[in-house]
Design a protein around this ligand. Structure first.
Ligand code: GAR
Length: 200
């Protein structure tokens, strides 16, 4: 089976990335992480990629005269690895129009969208007092966590949960969901009709 190349974008610890790397050691999974991009140097995510022998690049907003220049550079860095699609796995920057125009991007988010979009989803869900939250895998569009939903899983909030304890429990399901979705997208392809994503 030929392996579908993907580029994974990270900002932090990269446990989602690690799950994809681990899944890829089984050739039947059908996915090859062709490169890992980060928005800052020195992330554990980048170190995980290097440990697995995967090429990495860093594209930092502060290194460019404008956000538009950063967007164009990020798109070019990604394109150099010719991915079938891009996975935003804990990448904490909003992607720009050039990157989104050139690449299909799949994002994973630690809440049940459309509830609690943005960078503090777990904190916001706890503060609101929800009893159930979860994780969402979706296609990225120009909005903040507004793209068509591919998959979701629910997680119960426990009375004594902290942001960290709840996020860790969400991430257990999030890793399984992301590995499953990325594998199916790669092996089976997908179509988008309006807001409906179909994996045949
Ligand atoms: C994940 O929970 C991901 O959904 C979240 O960051 C975490 C990354 O974990 N992303 C966002 O909140 C984006 N809005 P990791 O660094 O261990 O893979």
């Amino acid at each position: 089976m030929s392996l579908t190349p993907i580029v994974v974008l990270v900002s932090g610890t990269g446990s989602l990335l690690q799950a994809l790397i681990d899944a890829g050691t089984d050739l039947g999974y059908g996915v090859r992480v062709a490169a890992v991009g980060a928005d800052r140097p020195g992330t554990l995510g980048q170190a995980r990629a290097e440990a697995a022998g995967i090429p990495t690049f860093v594209c930092r907003v502060a290194d460019f005269p404008s956000r538009a220049d950063w967007d164009a550079a990020l798109a070019q860095n990604i394109a150099a690895h010719a991915p079938a699609f891009v996975v935003s796995a804990g990448f904490m920057k909003l992607l720009g129009p050039v990157t989104l125009g050139q690449h299909t991007v799949v994002n994973t988010h630690p809440a049940l969208l459309p509830s609690f979009p943005g960078a503090h989803a777990v904190r916001d869900a706890l503060a609101y007092g929800v009893r159930v939250t979860g994780t969402t895998c979706h296609l990225v569009d120009a909005g903040v966590d507004t793209g068509p939903i591919i998959e979701q899983h629910a997680v119960a909030v426990e009375p004594d949960d902290t942001e960290d304890s709840l996020h860790e429990r969400i991430k257990v399901l999030e890793r399984l969901m992301l590995v499953d979705v990325v594998g199916r997208l790669a092996r089976q392809g997908f179509t988008v009709t309006g807001r409906k994503v179909t994996i045949p």
